[in-house]
Write a protein that binds this ligand. Structure first.
Ligand code: ADP
Ligand code: MG
Length: 238
């Protein structure tokens, strides 16, 4: 499970329309990447899917259910925030188990789920550390771990690697690809980095000014860009 359909989705901030009618079917299990220049509406669209931002018009359908007006906790999607959103005073293990604890899960269940997530993310040896005693990449893995323990229907990532240095960013790209394979869950991923999109995505959605310019596999976009904007953005010869 984890298919997400956007139907004529719009977002207005007051008089200003930033998402201008988006229709998109995100398939179960795919890693789909929203790419486009800064300010084109990537984060807003992702936050609307998460339920963190009200949808002005249109519908968001999750596994056949209309979730347009549901709060985030009713959507069973996990947003992965950047690593600096970790709780500094909690250990890695407690950061990862926090949502379950808040939801009132029993201690043994929390420990089991945290250990399983730590295994997946190769964080077993770091569960007692504080975030400040980890590298940037490890911190980002903890942020992902926090999302994993909740066993969501899908993961939403907003530029998860943008505050890592260049070499770590490449390592983490492999990590995300591996995770996508292991978890076999739907992942919606936002980046302004074309290279990241081209190397990771099953499909790419190119956005410009709140509109979809093209949707397709990295290869389709590279070989058959629909317009000059896509060609220039993806860097393909047209
Ligand atoms: P991106 O993530 O692609 O950089 P955003 O989704 O953050 O773009 O922003 C899209 C547009 O919406 C931008 O013009 C931004 O200034 C505007 N915007 C985002 N959030 C708000 C808000 N809370 N109030 C008003 N305008 C906003
Ligand atoms: Mg953004």
């Amino acid at each position: 499970m984890g298919s997400i359909s956007l139907k004529s989705v719009e977002k207005w901030f007051g008089e200003v329309q930033v998402i201008k009618g988006i229709d998109l079917d995100i398939l179960y299990g795919e890693l789909i990447i929203f790419v486009g220049p800064s300010g084109c509406g990537k984060s807003t669209l992702l936050r609307m899917i998460a339920g963190l931002e009200e949808t002005s018009r249109g519908q968001i359908i999750l596994d056949g259910d209309d979730v347009t007006h549901k709060v985030p906790s009713e959507r069973e999607l996990s947003m992965v925030f950047q690593s600096y959103a970790l709780y500094p005073h909690l250990s890695v293990g407690n950061n990862m188990g926090f949502a379950l604890k808040t939801a009132g899960a029993p201690k043994t269940e929390i420990a089991e789920k945290v250990n399983a997530a730590a295994e997946t993310l190769k964080l077993n040896d770091y569960l007692d550390r504080r975030p400040k005693d980890l590298s940037g990449g490890q911190r980002q893995r903890v942020a992902i771990g926090r999302a994993i323990v909740r066993k969501p229907k899908g993961f939403l990532f907003d530029e998860p690697l943008s505050n890592l240095d260049a070499s770590l960013r490449v390592d983490m790209r492999f990590e995300i690809a591996r995770l996508h394979k292991t978890l076999a869950s739907t992942m919606v991923y936002v980046t302004h980095d074309q290279v990241e999109a081209m190397t990771l995505a099953d499909r790419i959605v190119v956005l410009k000014d709140g509109l979809i310019m093209q949707v397709g596999s990295p290869r389709e976009l590279y070989e058959h860009p629909d317009n000059v904007f896509v060609a220039q953005f993806i860097g393909s010869p047209k």
